[in-house]
Design a binder for this molecule. Sequence first.
Ligand code: PEP
Ligand code: MN
Length: 338
Amino acid sequence: MVVVMRPGTEKQDIEKLVQRFEKMGLEVGVTNGVGCTILGLVGDTTTVDMDKISIDPHVERVMRVQEPYKKANRKFHPEDTVVDVQGVKIGGGNFNVIAGPCSVESAEQVTGIAKAVKASGAKMLRGGAFKPRTSPYSFQGMGESGLDLLLEAKKATGLPVVSEIMAPRYAELFEEKVDLVQIGARNMQNFDLLKEVGKMSKPILLKRGLANTYEEWIMSAEYIMAAGNENVILCERGVRTFETYTRNTLDLSAIPAVKRMSHLPIIVDPSHAAGMYWMVEPLALAATAIGADGLIIEVHNDPAHAKCDGQQSLTPEKFDALMKKVESLRAWRASCEE
Ligand code: PEP
Ligand code: MN
């Protein structure tokens, strides 16, 4: 962290600030330039509140040279993190696909889709039981009974299950019934929820917020990690931009950028980014080509009658065709890296 003092600040005022930083356990390098003095703070500055420093009347500017996150930071943890969900690995060269309906609707629906996506190569089953809907009049999900139907589908197929948690009070329920706990885009900065899932033993799938920067997203991962849960998978699902043609704009730059910033695995959700089934395949292939650690794709046996997100859901047949292309692309990527 660098602190630029206001021109003409008295020596004793600089000294007072230096002592304040030293009390915080930081080393301070003082550079006296022409007309202004610069303090270089060395040490763990993650907990230093920049606002409290910039309020000092002798301070002109405060700048961070180091990121405000530590546990999620690639600098302190150069190797890729591999998250293991009941034996299914994601990250560090392990690529896997999660698929299933937006919402669990019935036993036949979810088990049928689970069997189909497994046959096509999916390694985990997704299905919402508690749904964050824009309208209170839309289908809100089956709740706990939806999680039980997911577990039936797991029993029938062996696929670990992914579902979204909406509030801290469900932590115990999800700890018991869900293998990978999803934090949805709308809850990316629900800090109470992040702290709660940070205490869980289950890995977390953290979706990027609708309008959040990479740093804010990684800071949310840091919340979960700081509370004790280091098994976090990030998920790019498109962000809100001026473009209205697509539901969201898939930010493919997030993959190389976030991989440079953090050691956590990053997967892509082309379904919620596109909002249209026919665009899911090209976006999924682009994400695979650019080095995503996996995909999460909505699949429905009867998209026209789906209770949620049918317009962006692939039929099992279309999903199967996509998986064949994903596999060829993965093989091509591997041959390029040889
Ligand atoms: C979902 O995965 O069903 C979902 C609601 O996703 P998001 O939070 O990305 O909108
Ligand atoms: Mn959905």
